[in-house]
Design a protein around this ligand. Structure first.
Ligand SMILES: [Zn+2]
Length: 513
């Protein structure tokens, strides 16, 4: 028999310091190591949960590896039961993983994002026991020791059972992770499931958590999510991407080629829809009209957001490559900022609250920023901890080109309001290509990576000229599709002549020689 220990995160003297400081403490998670016995009495084995949605279990080890050809490298099949009023979720997550590296793998590493928070994640089992002999959970890193190495091109089935306890979304720095949490009118499940870590350069990549930026690095996978919502008010609405089917209190979402799967639910959502010219149904899940009174009359903030999202999706599809799904989801989130996920983005309630009712607003530029992450994150992946500029500088510059196209009279406003008031002296400050670990504050991080990043891209466009610049971005989007790329790919798509032209700009913003 094996025993399971609750995950305990130790926050030293947490009671004597303010919430912001609690956030700033590096995670000091205890390590939970469980040795699993390989021989399990029949009685106990019958009590193991059976996942009826997975394909019949293959031979635990050495399956017919050649039969994995053409399959996606990672498939997730999730059965989740939500206790809405209790703010808890019971999850059975079956993962099929194909070793696409050239190396036999004796361990697998998963990223357990909810375990960055205290008391949010409790692992009850990792099965099958014949395959996974032991496991260790430290912070968000879950290491599974395999009974036999997983050979290249071979696949393996692993099932995790765990419980989630959602935190209430609070004011202050901790509220920024409100994409995983609940408010009085909403439950958000972003970064709530296990994802496979990326194996690169003979090691599994997981990064330490800091309250600045994001630290996940994840490949695309196929997702099949069945969600049963219990103990909930009537008229529950679930906002999530993918192909949706519903049977009473059970929803199923099938979503291929996505880095993660995020959703939001509320009985108070109103759903606003607008098709793009490419027939993508852009949906906004919002708390009503979000009306603001302007000199020109009443303006619906919800309509404003929906229109901006649809315009941006059309424009970026034209510039960077077609959006690959028939639906895109925007959610009004009860937490302080925007947040991108694959095919679902949150836009903060705060931006609706202080909306000016015109395009010159956080509401508009944050919305289009998050839309652009469907290319600069969801489609072209990057290491968000070590190379955050690859997605954030491009997402910020994508805001600017949206204004150029749809609100040309507001481009100067955008530069002044968004960029110049923070980085007026464009030749100072941290390098654009800093890691998230090099900043003392979120403001410094945004100034360097997002804002000076946008200035750098604008300077690159000036020397390369507009047509060649956007041709470059499009080729980068195509070359990076479905991958996790580094800045090397970005620069490698320039000609020798172009590289010579941009060298002084790289020197200025990146410190490249
Ligand atoms: Zn962003």
């Amino acid at each position: 028999m094996f025993r399971l220990y609750p995950v305990i995160l130790i926050f030293l003297a947490a009671c004597s310091i303010n919430p912001a400081q609690v956030d700033a403490i590096p995670p000091t998670a205890t390590t939970v190591r469980v040795i699993q016995t390989t021989l399990v009495p029949t009685m106990d084995r019958q009590m193991q949960p059976i996942n009826t949605m997975m394909p019949a279990p293959t031979t635990p080890m050495n399956p017919a590896c050649e039969s994995t050809a053409g399959l996606p490298a990672v498939q997730h099949v999730v059965n989740a039961t939500v206790d809405y009023e209790g703010h808890q979720v019971a999850v059975e997550q079956a993962i099929f993983y194909i070793n696409e590296t050239a190396t036999p793998l004796s361990t697998l590493v998963l990223d357990i994002e909810p375990n960055r928070l205290p008391n949010a994640f409790t692992l009850s089992s990792v099965t099958p026991l014949e395959t996974v002999t032991s496991y260790e959970l430290t912070g968000r890193r879950l290491t599974l020791d395999l009974a036999q190495p997983l050979e290249p091109d071979c696949g393996i089935d692993v099932t995790l059972n765990f419980g989630l306890r959602l935190p209430v979304i609070e004011r202050g720095l901790s509220g920024f992770t409100g994409y995983f949490g609940y408010s009085i009118r909403q439950m958000n499940l972003g970064h709530w499931l296990a994802v496979m870590a990326v194996y690169e350069g003979d090691e599994w990549v997981t990064h330490n958590v800091v309250p600045i930026g994001e630290q996940t690095v994840v490949d695309i996978a196929d997702w099949d999510i069945t969600l049963t919502v219990n103990n909930a008010p009537p008229n529950m609405i679930v906002a999530a991407p993918g192909t949706m089917t519903r049977d009473g209190a059970t929803w199923r979402f099938v979503h291929p080629n996505a880095r993660e799967f995020a959703l939001s639910m509320s009985p108070f959502f109103n759903v606003y829809e607008q098709p793009t010219v490419d027939d993508v149904n852009v949906q906004l899940y919002a708390f009503g009209e979000n009306t603001v009174n302007t000199a020109a009359g009443a303006v619906s903030g919800s309509q404003q957001t929906l229109t901006a999202a649809a315009q941006a999706l059309e424009m970026y599809s034209d510039l960077f490559g077609a959006y690959p799904y028939d639906r895109f989801v925007v959610v009004q989130g009860d937490f302080p900022d925007g947040m991108e996920f694959s095919d679902l983005v949150f836009v903060s309630d705060r931006w609706f609250e202080i909306n000016s009712g015109t395009a010159e607003s956080f509401l508009t530029f944050i919305t289009v920023h998050e839309v652009s992450h469907q290319w600069w994150y969801a489609r072209v992946g990057n290491d968000q901890a070590l190379n955050p500029w690859l997605d954030e500088a491009l997402a910020t510059y994508s805001e600017y080109i949206y204004y150029e196209e749809f609100f040309p009279d507001s481009t100067n406003w955008w530069w002044d309001f968004r960029v110049n008031q923070y980085v007026g002296d464009r030749f100072s400050g941290n390098r654009v290509d800093s890691t998230v670990y090099q900043f003392a504050s979120i403001r410094d991080y945004i100034n360097a990576v997002y804002l000076r990043g946008a200035l750098m891209l604008d300077d690159l466009r000036a020397v390369l000229e507009t047509e060649a610049f956007f041709d470059w971005l499009r080729r980068y989007a195509e070359a990076g599709e479905g991958r996790i790329v580094t800045p090397d790919l970005f620069w490698s798509l320039l000609t020798a002549e172009q590289l010579a032209l941009v060298a002084p700009i790289r020197q200025e913003y990146l410190g490249d020689s």
